[in-house]
Write a protein that binds this ligand. Sequence first.
Ligand code: C2O
Ligand code: CU
Length: 534
Amino acid sequence: MTNIDYRRRQFLQYAALSTLATTLPGFALAENRELNQTPNKLFKADVEIALTAQTTDVSILPGAHTHVFKYHGKLLKGPQTALKELPGYLGPILNFEQGQKVRIYFYNQLPEPCVTHWHGMHVPQVMDGHPMYAIYLGEQYVYEFEVKNPAGTNWYHSHAHELTATQVYQGLAGLITISDEAERKLDLPSGEFDIPLIIQDRSFTNGNQLRYMLNRHQRMRGFLGDTILVNGQENSTIPVKTRAYRLRILNGSNSRIYKLGWNDGTPMTAIGTDGGLLEKPETLPYIMLAPAERVELWVDFSGRKPGSDLMLQSLAYQGSAAHMGGGMGGGMRQGMGRMDGAPVQNEVISIAKFHIAEQISDSPKLPTELVPMRRLNSQDISNPEKTIPIAIGMRHMAFQLNGRTFDMQGHTELEKIPVNSVQKIRIFHDNHGMGGGMRGGRGGMGMMMAMPHPIHLHGQQFQILSRKQNNLSGAYETVRDGFINNGWKDTVLVMPGEEIEIIKPFKDYTGLFLYHCHNLEHEDMGMMRNFFVS
Ligand code: C2O
Ligand code: CU
């Protein structure tokens, strides 16, 4: 057995301890797959990329290299800027333009099934990375799509059945930027002044190998690591000049929610969210960023002293399961919150240090207006009588959506959506679906129900119509000013007790489009369903 095999086995053993399913995940639907193995000759690609999911060893921590999964990219056609490799385990940053036609030859060189989802992108069903299109070792899948999204920050990651959490954890993720005409007119900070920050928490063995060991309770809560990585590196220090920057922040963690803030109390200025640029900049004291959410910040270091530092932190907050356990005896908090010393959701954590390295005199000014956005309202809703529910519930120690867990091609009557319609969707905690003995919130189940869930919908971006908090508590006060409700979104954090109404277009494409919790442990446990658009 080679060293690599050994480490791989070791990882799997850790993973297996936490797997509720008795079958080997991902292999259940081996047959009846439809693959897209050959390029479409009629599709004239502007950009062509070969993207291979493979095992490799990279440097993450000082010392021994870490065995990871990594997307290896190669530009076959198109502008050199379309692909930018990162050190570490993340896939290359893909830089697209609105209107470009993109072809990606995806190769799976992993010993397990894999599929790639272009998170945030509006693409046809067969290009969307639904787990039914997973490919096996040695196979290829050709993705072809036109970039319809406006300028913004999206990402891609594996989405294999019951393997998303472990595959993303081991490195299968990367950033996508899109630019367009409207953005270019704004003359936002670009080049070295446009910085991606992919935030992830990981844990390592003494030998620098990724560790992912979850007991049943930890799996219900989701993975929390003890080491923060930024762009796949530890202890991130970013040298900056005294001028304005654009920071593209992606929470690429499996389940950790960050309350982003500056250590000196400077407010945060957001210019973009999941779906692209905002209408105008928005200033908040802090920003809640749940797994899969993106935020683009305008940060101006002008006037700061060379040699000084500004720290991006996750601030303390309440309202996660770990906190909810507080009233239930210390043992629970310990058991639920901490995992081998990893900080719980609500502790202060340092993320990245910005070191003012050089004084310069010129800086661009923050535009007062960014891009126009048409607000969708009740008049746009195709069927005002029918609100589509997304009920968050739980049964048999598994989270559910609308009373069910994931079923590869399954969908119910209420999950059928007419194509080219605009729907109002209500996301809420369904406390009645909890079953006997779980009500009252005193038991372990009650506490688990009180978890925040980042709910993601595939396909087109949506807008947030309203947020309502049903059990106002002190906990909510610690997060309430950190939500950006204007702008296009594809993932929304639903806090305990919260009810959120969104409005979402389902244009252009028919077929199965997923909606799920982007706490990846929850997703893999089945907190995912299909909308059938027809
Ligand atoms: Cu980011 Cu369905 O995923
Ligand atoms: Cu969840």
